[in-house]
Write a new protein. Structure first.
Lengths: 280, 293
């Protein structure tokens, strides 16, 4: 397409619109978070004065009194542990489905699909009751277990799609060349499987990081409350001030790293999202 | 059966068992438990009044106007959201597919909403529309006095727009995956025969994409039916904007009425089952085509 033609201008406008629409809420949160408390209601999209007070208030009081540090640690810890366990279990299962012949293969895939469509609210009541009697209420495992359940179908579908593409014959070729089975696995198969596994890990992490329903239903304190739940219960300095500035600052802190991460690995994420949903 | 196939099967089941157990642990068992709770009177605030009550909880839910109102709200939000994002998602998918330049920019920007926490996005849009902090009321053509969260359908408008913003990328990527499977020679042939761009879209693209569109619609419809986060943050169900998931949460966690709340949970489960059933029954073969491999 030539620069300066009508088509070129139309494309550019269309692309610009998509970009603005996607970025608008993020820019707006950054803007709000930088406004000093007395300017928070000035209704302007671009701040006229800048201050870092909102960010300071998030971390004030250190780990014990800050409203944000503990939820942030909980969010990162719970999402990471969920990701590791989910990927390990899902890779076993996906390896079996992609490489071995056994009855029940289709049943597992269909069951995983059904669980992906399962409404989480239907399990909240029983889990609330069970977790309280088992001592899992308001603990890390209390959230990790449901996250595992609901992230496994996603991880299995993505990994099966990737594992089916791996040229497994290379393993035998390596054996012919004198590699031990362990060497064949670590030197040949692991490097081939790593990109798909990493993609599945990103998707599982984002899933656990995003959850709100379980996080507000199965926790009651900073012992295990994650960032989305903590944001919903943020309070202002007094009951008359809205915590808008603090919420905006906290939102920016948890959003910017994820955006950078997502942009950095965008090809993998697109491949994973479509592999899991369409190739299943 | 040779011993080799037998040991292969054994290995396969051993490998799958942990994942299958983890998936059943928090779905099959709890849904059974929810059914058991739903036929009892269990209110954790009045534990001494517990007991078996049969279908009374279901009768109370189904005869309350709140359940039907919330069901209407949920279906209204679901249908509107999915319809808007189907059109938007298709437009974005076409742009990504046909783009001669800027494809990377578009793909990058559609992934931003995907990576953002739903609660964070809900706060961003709420602050944008709020009469005191928001910039929206400062825009031309919009009254400074507009109280978006003061009315039912203006609240719906903001909720739906936040949901559309957050989930359109997923829709667009699913549609793009279907779009790339279409043989480009078909378009060339149609062009030679004098078909307009619109004709090529309606006669070639849409029919060939039917399976991909149905898969995307099924996924997003079921997902939209579960709408919770955005409404919880924006209105907490005020102005009659409650969804069935919020109703379930309120009964179970806020009021600790496990019996009644479980009846709501089971009914939501049945609704999801019904939607999936209608899709599979109505478009079963098409859905199958949409899942190659």
């Amino acid at each position: 397409m030539e620069r300066g033609t009508k088509d070129y201008v139309l494309w550019s406008v269309g692309i610009a619109l998509v970009l603005i629409f996607a970025l608008l809420p993020v820019l707006w949160l950054v803007s709000l978070s930088l406004k000093p408390p007395d300017a928070i209601t000035d209704q302007s999209f671009i701040p006229t004065e800048f201050s870092l007070d909102n960010y300071k208030s998030l971390f004030e009081g250190g780990i014990d009194d800050s409203p944000f540090i503990k939820p942030l640690i909980n969010s990162i810890g719970i999402a990471l542990i969920t990701t590791v366990i989910s990927i390990v279990l899902a890779s076993f299962c996906a390896y079996a489905i992609a490489r071995l012949e056994f009855p029940g293969k289709r049943l597992i895939l269909a069951g995983a699909l059904a669980i992906a469509m399962f409404p989480p609210i239907s399990t909240v009541g029983p889990l609330f009751d069970m977790w309280r009697s088992l001592g899992l209420y308001d603990t890390w495992p209390g959230l990790i277990i449901p996250y595992l359940t609901f992230s496994l179908p996603l991880a299995i579908y993505v990994l099966v799609a990737f594992f089916r593409e791996i040229p497994w014959d290379l393993e035998q070729a390596a054996a012919v060349d004198g590699a031990t089975p362990f060497q064949a696995f670590t030197k040949v198969i692991v490097p081939l499987a790593a990109p798909g596994t990493f993609t599945a890990a990103i998707l599982v992490f984002i899933f656990a990081w995003n959850d709100f329903l379980f996080a507000i239903s199965l926790t009651s304190s900073d012992a295990s409350r994650t960032v989305p739940a903590a944001l919903a219960f943020f309070t202002g300095e007094s009951s008359f001030t809205q915590p808008t500035g603090s919420i905006a600052a906290a939102a920016v802190v948890v959003t910017v790293p994820i955006i950078v991460f997502v942009l950095f690995f965008q090809r993998r994420i697109v491949a994973g999202l479509t592999a899991g949903a369409v190739k299943g | 059966m040779s011993s080799q196939t037998r040991s292969e099967r054994k290995l396969a089941w051993l490998l799958c068992a942990p994942a299958v157990l983890a998936m059943l642990l928090v779905t099959a068992y709890p849904i059974g438990y929810a059914i058991a709770l739903s036929v009892q009177q269990i209110d954790l605030r009045f534990p001494e009044e517990s007991g078996f009550v049969g279908l009374d909880n279901y009768a109370s839910v189904l005869s309350s106007s709140l359940w039907w109102e919330d069901l209407f709200n949920t279906v209204f939000i679901m249908v509107t959201t999915v319809a808007i994002e189907l059109v938007l998602g298709m437009a974005i998918a076409l742009v990504m597919h046909r783009a001669i330049f800027g494809r990377g920019v578009v793909r990058t920007s559609v992934l931003i909403p995907y990576g953002i926490i739903t609660v964070v996005a809900a706060f961003a849009w709420q602050f944008a529309f709020a009469p005191d902090t928001g910039f929206v009321n400062n825009l031309p053509l919009i009254s400074d006095e507009m109280d978006w969260f003061g009315g039912r359908f203006s609240s719906f408008a903001v909720i739906i727009m936040a949901e559309v913003w957050k989930t359109t990328p997923f829709m667009a990527l699913l549609l793009l995956a279907g779009l790339v499977t279409i043989d480009s020679q078909l378009y060339e042939a149609a062009k030679v025969d004098g078909a307009s761009a619109w004709q090529r879209f309606t006669r070639i693209t849409l029919p060939l994409m039917k399976p991909a569109i149905l898969v995307a619609l099924l996924f997003r419809t079921l997902d939209a039916f579960r709408v919770f986060d955005t409404i919880f943050i924006m209105t907490r169900g005020a102005q009659d904007t409650e969804s069935v998931s919020i109703l379930g949460y309120n009964q179970l966690i806020s009021r600790l009425n496990l019996g009644l709340g479980s009846a709501v949970s089971v009914l939501i489960f049945l609704c999801v089952f019904l939607i999936a059933f209608v899709f599979v029954r109505g478009f079963g073969t098409k859905l199958e085509e949409g899942r190659p491999g």
